[in-house]
Ligand binder design. Structure first.
Ligand code: ATP
Length: 267
């Protein structure tokens, strides 16, 4: 089903949100309210996000697509508290991150947000097990052994816990990165092109895993991708162009996504 979603009001589920400065309800993990982000480089100003409103309900797998330069990475950075909006409000689990200083945003990211990147970002000198638990140890939190064991079993990594990342395939490395991202039971995981470096088979396995994590564990995932086949595994795909949300596709099919991107001049 395709549904028009101008910036406001947007489609239900990934909805335009007029909550203003009120904390979002607990079932809303991420809320952007009229967010604009202007990047300045010398005398040049680029509006990367243009008055974007969005809510991401808990337990949602949301894909973000759009042509190069449409604002996907900026949306992810601002929603994850890695960058601050020029105007507007960003809430994570009801906390207004746009008003937090850098130190408190760092703590919020560490405690409540997981990240998965195209390049896995594993530490080569550490074992799989150490990579998974290191962020918790750095945060002086005791790893929840039962939870981590369940994740390791589910991802099929139980036989490789004592290997180093270089001894794993790309798909295995990405699964380690996913377990690491989930180890602290974050409110949300942001995945930036998580299958961009993988072959079709490994990519399919990683996407199946991400979808299971949402459907079976109730996790919330926002994934930026250029790949319509990857976005088709999400519950919803949000299409960006020129810093705006121009469409939201529910249960998106890859051909419909590809056609929509082509119509925007992207891939
Ligand atoms: N730090 C920055 N300084 C200046 N301009 C920036 C900066 N980051 C992004 N931009 C500009 O903001 C716009 C949106 O960029 P963004 O990286 O969010 O797009 P994107 O959709 O993620 O692109 P891609 O698919 O190529 O990664 C682009 O015009 C980009 O050049």
């Amino acid at each position: 089903m395709r549904e028009s979603a101008g910036v406001r009001p947007a489609a239900p589920g990934v909805a335009g949100h007029a909550a203003g400065l009120r904390p979002g309800p607990p079932d809303v993990v991420i809320g952007l309210d009229r967010v604009t982000k202007v990047h300045r480089a010398g005398a040049t100003a680029v509006t990367a996000l243009d008055d974007v409103s969005l809510t991401v309900p808990r337990g949602t797998f949301l894909a973000v697509m759009g042509p190069s330069g449409s604002g996907k990475s900026t949306l992810l950075q601002v929603a994850a508290g890695l960058d601050t909006p020029t105007s507007g409000t960003v809430t994570v689990g009801g906390t207004d991150v746009s008003r937090l200083g850098e130190a408190r945003r760092t703590v919020l990211r560490r405690d409540r947000i997981g990240f998965v990147f195209q390049g896995y970002n594993l530490l080569p000198a550490f074992t799989v097990e150490q990579n998974i638990t290191l962020p918790l140890r750095l945060a002086r939190r005791a790893p929840d052994g039962e939870w981590i064991r369940a994740l390791v079993d589910r991802t099929g990594l139980d036989g490789v816990l004592h290997r180093r990342p270089a001894e794993l395939s790309g798909g295995q490395q990405q699964r380690v990165a996913i377990v690491r991202a989930l180890a602290a039971r974050p409110d949300i995981v942001f995945a930036d092109e998580p299958t961009g470096a993988l072959d079709v088979r490994s990519s399919g396995q990683v996407l199946t895993l991400l979808r299971e994590i949402v459907d079976e564990l109730g996790q919330t995932i926002v994934m930026v991708t250029h790949d319509p086949a990857a976005a088709a595994r999400a519950h919803r795909a949000l299409i960006m162009a020129d810093g705006r949300i121009v469409d939201v596709l529910h249960d998106p099919a890859a051909p419909a996504l590809a056609a929509r991107l082509t119509s925007l001049g992207g891939r």
